[in-house]
Ligand binder design. Structure first.
Ligand SMILES: [Cu+2]
Length: 461
């Protein structure tokens, strides 16, 4: 999978940036506040196709692909963003319930960070699980060209697995020559979004990973694409969902056509086949033809493990909504044809196609609309969200977690989440405790929808 040429290319790119601040510190182990690291956002190139390096990539760190940032639940984490791009950027920590000032939304929670400038992020992640990080400025371009990495927050009480594999699942919009083509088409932005042309896991097409035969693998995956919704299935091995969107599933269940949208994460137990050389395949069954996202090859003599022997994941300290005292707030998604937004420093797409409660907001503009709701700290609220549009929308709320309660369209799994995939004609209730003060963005994570109006924010005071 990693050819010698790929490795050399990576080394060259790293070398080109080694003269500067570079990547100081270690991302593989504990990142303690006193050992703060620097993460460089920079232009680069990457071996995504067999047509040679794709130019115009954006990445973090000195490897080709953004590093997996490892943190520990309840331990201080600090990281300096060093922006070596030719444009402003920020980092948003998707799913982490942290201080509003660290949330990475330009104008709302921090100034954007110009090229050549930096920003110090410091927080203590309260929850263990699988999360991710990405910019909240010129987001379609910056995520589309590579700026998205995974965050693993470890809990010392986590069960022990025989292996762990982290998968960053995303597409790229490349032409036949392996180079970037226009990131979106306006007519698609007004529908399901513009799809990528090359599908990857960890920036490789259908990579293969080795793991012990008969062993239990913790597979952490995140849908970091700007558009694509997946329907995941494992073939050739048993795969059990143990956590969704960072939080443990109330009851474990087999992975079977599970739909996840941009921004969502899954933790799976993959029980490897017993026979050495046998291969399991993670597939996306949505869309016109199934795609193999990654494969897993059994190595060595079978460990003969049983996924049912695995103890439960430690629970995160999440606030339980007090439904009897809840205040309900309506959120209605819609199409919009209001005037075009002004061009913003963080990249307006130049169109308004969508709105929440009839207000289109392209976000990261200097003149935000008023918050759609103001909530009192510590109180329970129920978001009554309606989707009368013909599209599916992965709705993401920053800084808070909600518990989906009732839906007219799908069975609800009783778990806490930060991203809800709402279906056409669905009405759903999302219950939450407003326990984190600040202005929190509530937006669709299909980035073209987000950037053409399907963005809002709520205020906790
Ligand atoms: Cu959407």
């Amino acid at each position: 999978m990693l050819t010698r040429r790929t490795l050399m290319k990576g080394a060259l790119v790293a070398g080109a940036y080694a003269g500067g601040v570079g990547l100081a510190g270690r991302f593989g182990g504990l990142a303690k506040a006193e050992a703060a690291a620097t993460l460089v956002a920079r232009p680069g190139e990457a071996m995504i196709t067999d047509k040679g390096p794709t130019k115009g990539v954006m990445t973090y760190g000195d490897a080709e692909i953004p590093p997996v940032l490892r943190m520990r639940r309840g331990e201080a984490f600090a990281l300096r963003l060093d922006n070596r791009l030719d444009e402003p950027t920020t980092i948003h920590w998707h799913g982490l319930r942290i201080d509003n000032r660290m949330d990475g939304v330009p104008f709302l929670t921090q100034p954007y960070v110009y090229g050549g400038d930096g920003f110090d992020y410091a927080f203590t992640p309260p929850d263990a699980g699988t999360f991710w990080y990405h910019p909240h400025c010129n987001t379609l371009t910056q995520i589309g060209r590579g700026l998205a990495g995974l965050v693993v927050v470890e809990d010392p009480a986590d069960p022990v697995f025989d292996a762990e594999i982290v998968l960053n699942l995303r597409d790229w919009r490349l032409g036949g020559d392996g180079q970037f083509i226009a990131q979106f088409k306006p007519r698609d932005a007004a529908r399901a979004g513009t799809f990528g042309t090359v599908r990857t896991a960890n920036w490789r097409q259908s990579p293969q990973y080795d793991a012990p035969a008969g062993g239990l693998v913790r597979l952490r995956l995140a849908a970091t694409d700007v558009t694509r919704i997946l329907a995941l299935q494992m073939e050739g091995a048993e795969a059990t969902v143990i956590a969704l969107d960072g939080n443990p599933a109330a009851t474990r269940f087999a992975l079977d056509h599970l739909m996840i949208g941009p921004g969502q994460r899954l933790d799976l137990v993959l029980r490897m086949p017993d026979t050495e050389g046998a291969v399991a395949a993670l597939k996306d069954l949505r869309g016109t033809k199934p795609a193999t996202l990654a494969t897993f090859r059994a190595t060595g003599a079978s460990l003969k493990r049983d996924a049912r022997d695995l103890p439960p994941l430690a629970r995160n300290p999440l606030p339980e909504p007090d439904l009897a005292a809840a205040t309900e707030i309506p959120f209605i998604l819609s199409a919009s044809a209001e005037e075009r937004p002004k061009d913003g420093i963080c990249g307006s797409l130049g169109y308004n196609f969508w709105a929440i409660n009839k207000v289109p907001w392209a976000d990261d503009t200097g003149d935000p609309t008023a918050p759609l709701a103001e909530m009192k700290a510590g109180k329970t609220y129920i978001f009554n969200v309606e989707n009368p549009t013909p599209q599916v929308h992965p709705l993401h709320l920053h800084g808070l977690v909600f518990r989906p309660m009732n839906s007219n369209k799908q069975a609800i799994r009783p778990h806490f989440s930060d991203t809800y995939l709402i279906l056409p004609d669905e009405k759903v209730q999302l219950a939450l405790v407003a326990d984190n003060p600040g202005d929190w963005v509530f937006h669709c994570h299909i980035i073209e929808h987000q950037k053409t109006g399907m963005t809002s924010y709520v205020r906790v005071v």
